[in-house]
Write a new protein. Structure first.
Length: 104
């Protein structure tokens, strides 16, 4: 199993820690995390089923939000470049997402 990540469930991890003789505080933290993570996953699966319109709406809103945020960041970068005379870190629209050289 070299190079492969092994994912343990909460009870298996807790049992392994007890067997290895870990302190009770570590075992308790792992047990609580296992319950919390499982509960969170189940809650999300109930709230957002696979073929749900609500899930689609949430992803669309997130995508729109990220797009607006990127546009604002680009606009601020361009305004800052104009204020400083265009010598530091201005990127053109074509070069978005790439490393840009300073505008002369």
């Amino acid at each position: 199993m070299i190079g492969k990540a092994v994912v343990l469930s909460g009870p298996a991890a807790t049992g392994g820690l007890v067997w290895a003789g870990a302190p009770w505080s570590v075992v308790a933290v792992v047990a609580v995390l296992g319950v919390v993570v499982a509960g969170l996953i189940l809650t999300l699966l109930i709230a957002f089923p696979d073929d749900s319109e609500r899930k689609r709406d949430v992803w669309m809103a997130r995508t729109r939000y990220r797009g607006r945020r990127e546009e604002r960041a680009l606009r601020k970068r361009e305004e800052r470049a104009v204020e400083t005379g265009g010598t530091r870190g201005a990127c053109s629209a074509e070069a978005e997402g790439t490393r840009c050289s300073p505008v002369p």
